[in-house]
Design a protein around this ligand. Structure first.
Ligand SMILES: [Zn+2]
Ligand SMILES: [Zn+2]
Length: 298
């Protein structure tokens, strides 16, 4: 085990110290400016799993409509001149069985479908340490993982003494991340930071103490990959809150942050809304309802 870890470690780029503090730029830059093209990125949502549930399960205070409101499970891919970033790693079949979810297509298949070899991925952004965002521990053997300080503190500290707070966490996921820390494969971030020109991380908190979203400059403007800062469009649009939360107040403040970072409400990408698959075109023929192009000028 140690030998293979050492071998992998050599291939991983060295950890950077915390990047420069982000200075959020104005929202006026688009592809039409003709300058700064090197900071434009492609962005894709890759669906990997599904869960049927009733609407009332998705909101604190329930929902008056007795209808199905399923969740979709995604990872996201950001591709640009400065490299490729995978945001979140999903979960595998064993976790799907344990949690009563259905894998639609394994994460690796979705990535391969858009020409991405998981073995070659150098950078993975982890939005937060819930089981549906940080499983598949060995899928990216060469990657460095980007994580907020507050999330590892939350997932390894006193809050995990409470069964209720542990519900969305899996000990094996947290331990796997701690092992990556010791292998020199985690880059920690504190608040808002730029990874490369056009890609910035933003601490949101709320749903999980160290939850972060990612703002990406694309041809259609600044898109915000919200992950669980808003599970569904309804959460951010109607000011409603998903039942799993570290802080309701931070969750609601987070909606304001998402709106500030995105060029429009249509530039906010919720973490679990199946409607994302309908709003955006397939990344290429044959990938409809599976991998969609979030940077497409629709
Ligand atoms: Zn979550
Ligand atoms: Zn989630």
């Amino acid at each position: 085990m140690c030998a293979s870890r050492r071998r992998v470690q050599k291939q991983v780029p060295p950890c950077r110290t915390a990047g420069e503090k982000l200075h959020v730029e104005s929202r006026t830059v688009t592809a039409s400016t003709g300058s700064g093209q090197g900071d434009l990125h492609e962005v894709y949502a890759v669906r990997y799993a599904h869960h049927d549930r009733k609407a009332h399960e998705n909101y604190i205070g329930g929902d008056p409509h007795d209808i199905l409101q399923p969740l979709a499970y995604f990872v996201w891919v950001i591709r640009g001149a400065h490299g490729t970033f995978v945001m979140d790693t999903g979960f595998d079949h064993a976790m799907a069985v344990k949690r009563g979810r259905v894998i639609v297509k394994p994460v690796a298949e979705g990535l391969t479908a858009i020409g991405l070899d998981p073995d070659q991925v150098q950078d993975v952004i982890i939005s937060h340490l819930h089981y549906d965002h940080c499983g598949n521990h060995d899928l990216f053997p060469r990657a460095r993982y980007h994580l907020q300080d507050r999330e590892i503190a939350y997932g390894t500290g006193r809050c995990m003494c409470h069964a209720h707070q542990r519900i969305p966490f899996e000990a094996d996921d947290v331990v796997a991340m701690v092992r990556k820390v010791f292998d020199g494969r985690v880059a920690f971030h504190d608040g808002d930071e730029q990874l490369v020109p056009g890609v910035t991380l933003h601490h949101i908190g709320g749903h999980s103490m160290g939850l972060q979203c990612v703002r990406v400059k694309t041809r259609r403007g600044h898109v915000v990959l919200a992950a669980d800062a808003t599970h569904l469009y309804a959460h951010v649009n109607e000011g409603r809150v998903f039942p799993i939360t570290y802080s309701v107040a931070e969750t609601l403040e987070g909606y304001a942050t998402l709106k500030k970072l995105a060029d429009s409400p249509d530039h906010i990408i919720p973490g679990h809304d199946p409607d994302v698959l309908k709003r955006y075109p397939a990344a290429k023929p044959g990938l409809a309802n599976w991998v969609v192009d979030l940077g497409a000028l629709t």
